[in-house]
Design a protein around this ligand. Structure first.
Ligand SMILES: O=P(O)(O)OC[C@H]1O[C@H](OP(=O)(O)OP(=O)(O)O)[C@H](O)[C@@H]1O
Ligand code: HPA
Ligand SMILES: [Mg+2]
Length: 175
């Protein structure tokens, strides 16, 4: 018999769902860019994959930046966080733009939760500006600019991870 792993996932521990639509996400990214526009100029945008790719595209479009690089990090397997692995760092060319420490570079991710991913990337590029769309309290001190804070027990459902589905009427016992 296959035993079920009884440890709750990060999502189960979080409990409180916070679904975000494409429209809402786009508006939040634009709001983030208004703030970043006061901080820049930046030489390049660095997306923390994969969640940072969508906000990085929107922010880069709004700021008129065309140099976009990635730091590829793997940590959560769906909703369980394992060891962090940097699968790919930034290119030599982008590193040069940031003078080796990331000065003038803009790192973008969708959110900070425990802050583990943000901490790792900050160690790679200590002088870069780190922006996320959403922040939970544990990760918040690592972020320079963000738009919306949600409680630590909230799980954010991003539009690329979800689909529209039928909901039973509240009268019939919907949550
Ligand atoms: O602050 P932390 O606790 O480290 O969590 C935040 C990170 O977790 C998610 O990425 P994930 O590792 O799930 O990969 P993905 O972006 O490829 O979905 C999210 O996109 C952040 O990068
Ligand atoms: O709240 C979250 N939502 C989606 N992915 C995540 N990865 C860490 N925390 C979250
Ligand atoms: Mg991510």
């Amino acid at each position: 018999m296959v035993e079920k792993n009884s440890e709750p996932s990060a999502q189960e521990r979080a409990g409180r769902p916070f679904p975000v639509s494409w429209d809402q996400f786009h508006r939040d990214c634009r709001a983030l860019t208004w703030r970043l526009n006061e901080v820049g100029p930046f030489h390049a945008v660095i997306a923390i994959t994969r969640g940072g790719l969508v906000p990085a595209a929107i922010v880069a479009r709004e700021l008129g930046l065309r140099v976009i690089d990635t730091v590829c990090v793997a940590s959560y397997d769906h909703d369980k966080q394992g060891d962090l692995k940097v699968l790919k760092g930034i290119s030599e060319q982008t590193a040069k733009l940031g003078g080796g420490t990331g000065k003038g570079l803009l790192i973008v991710d969708d959110l900070v939760d425990t802050g583990k991913t943000g901490k790792l990337v900050r160690e790679l590029l200590p002088d870069a500006h780190f922006a996320t769309v959403y922040a939970k309290p544990k990760g918040r001190p690592l972020v320079d600019t963000f738009i919306t804070e949600v409680s630590q027990d909230t799980w954010i459902f991003f539009p690329w991870d979800t689909a529209l589905s039928f909901q039973p009427p509240i009268r019939d016992g919907a949550a």
